[in-house]
Ligand binder design. Structure first.
Ligand SMILES: [Zn+2]
Length: 441
């Protein structure tokens, strides 16, 4: 990870500086001479694991890392002190399901009408919008036809060339011929390109995964279900890959230390995917009792993505589609309650892209509205999200040694989850990337 390399270089520079100073200073002074220190002070700081806020809240940041967290921390000489007033300090938000390469409007037409270079520039501005809203880490679930262009965006962010969250990227999603994202609805004779990469059997899945791995993908996104049908309260969706095919994909991912995530709205695809050992079931409208039990046992996350469905219900591409989206959302909300009761582990993802980047903190409110406590939503987002992105040892909590990805929000998110929609300060890797003056009382 480039971030780690940068941190290593920073440590070397710091060590060199301190070594020079050590000739004339004692150990106590050394601690005081951290040249790159910032103290953040606010009315509260969130302890996400414990599900409580500490008041007041202070965090000492040295370089790109958190050094101390508490009601009062050391203030090294020369440290910059940032007083954030009546706000809550908390870890940067995580979105486990984004599409930097999509913007509002017809998805299929974006990939037909816009060149990949044009889409890359849009993706860069999407990454900035998400970061400014407080999302400091994201998992991009497919470029929808832009191949591995997401790798370039991730790398540019890591090099500091453009602002954006820490990214896990997947290149294109993988799909069967005639599957969920295969440019359905166009005259086949026009050969409109699929938004995904084709794989029609286990061998082809492994082949595409190796190509994407070579292209720089961090993980694999597979379309496992679609199109969906809801008649009354009967939900059906055809599976795309068999359990054996998904098992081959998961085995290949594990071979290179990677993971598989599936777009999967229901059964039997969900059962195939959890038996195969995927990392997450994204969308997860409908899960059988056996699938829910296995997800709990294997700690496979469901990622509900309620926000996209609410957006489509309110902004349908065709006016007559609104009731259908609302019915699917209502169905999913009812199933979500069953999933909560069954102990299914959750991560928070939004499917942002088809709706405006930077607005996706709405998902926190919807998860609370549909039955999860604010503390559990925050744990799902931050602790489970960090695990799902394979960064559990560096993000998602305010702990000494973790990356200084810290935001400040107005209000107390445990008292009113709405607070996460009011980010006034964003720090990523110890650098302040956004600071908005809090409103006067
Ligand atoms: Zn998606």
């Amino acid at each position: 990870m480039v971030v780690e390399y940068a941190a290593f270089i920073m440590k070397l520079l710091l060590a060199a500086t301190l070594a020079t100073v050590a000739l004339t200073a004692n150990a106590q002074d050394l601690e005081q001479l951290d040249v790159d220190s910032t103290v953040l002070h606010a009315a509260r700081v969130l302890d996400v694991a414990a599900g409580k806020v500490i008041s007041p809240g202070e965090i000492l940041v040295v370089g790109d890392r958190i050094r101390e967290v508490g009601t009062q921390v050391n203030h090294p000489t020369g440290a910059i002190v940032v007083d954030l007033g009546d706000t809550t300090l908390m870890p940067g938000l995580i979105d486990a399901h984004v599409h930097l390469f999509l913007h509002p409007g017809a998805e299929d037409l974006q990939t037909v009408q816009e060149s990949v270079p044009e889409r890359v520039l849009s993706a860069a501005s999407a990454a900035k919008a998400d970061l400014m809203a407080g999302f400091t880490a994201e998992r991009d679930m497919g470029t929808e036809g832009a191949g591995c262009a997401d790798v370039a965006v991730r790398n540019a962010i890591d090099r500091g060339q453009i602002p954006g969250p820490h990214m896990r990227v997947s290149c294109n999603a993988i799909d069967i011929l005639g599957g969920h994202e295969d440019a359905i609805g166009f005259n086949p004779a026009q050969h409109v390109l699929s938004n995904a990469d084709y794989a029609n059997n286990a061998g082809e899945l492994v082949h595409i995964m190796r190509e994407q791995h070579k292209g720089g993908a961090d993980f694999t996104k597979i379309y496992e279900t679609g199109p969906d049908s809801l008649l009354g309260d009967v939900f059906t969706t055809p599976f795309q890959y068999t359990q054996a095919e998904l098992t081959a994909a998961v085995t290949e991912a594990h071979r290179v230390g990677s993971r598989v995530a599936v777009h999967c709205t229901g059964e039997p695809g969900a059962s195939y995917a959890v038996h195969a050992g995927v990392a997450s079931i994204d969308h997860a409208y409908q899960l059988s009792p056996e699938t829910m039990k296995l997800m709990r046992e294997k700690q496979i996350y469901a990622v509900p993505t309620f926000t996209i469905m609410e957006y489509f219900a309110k902004h349908p591409e065709h006016p007559g589609d609104a009731p259908h989206y609302q019915a699917e959302l209502d169905y999913h909300a009812a199933e979500f309650k069953k999933q909560l009761a069954a102990g299914v582990p959750f991560a928070l993802g939004t499917d942002v892209g088809p709706f405006p980047h930077g607005t996706q903190a709405r998902e926190f409110e919807l998860m609370v509205q549909y039955g999860m406590s604010p503390a559990d939503v925050l744990r799902s987002d931050l602790i489970n999200g960090a695990k799902l992105l394979d960064w559990a040892d560096s993000i998602g909590q305010l702990k000494p040694g973790y990356l200084a990805d810290i935001i400040a929000v107005q209000g107390d998110p445990l008292a009113n989850i709405n607070a996460v929609r009011h980010t006034v300060f964003v720090m990523k890797d110890g650098e302040i990337v956004r600071r908005k003056a809090p409103p006067k009382n």
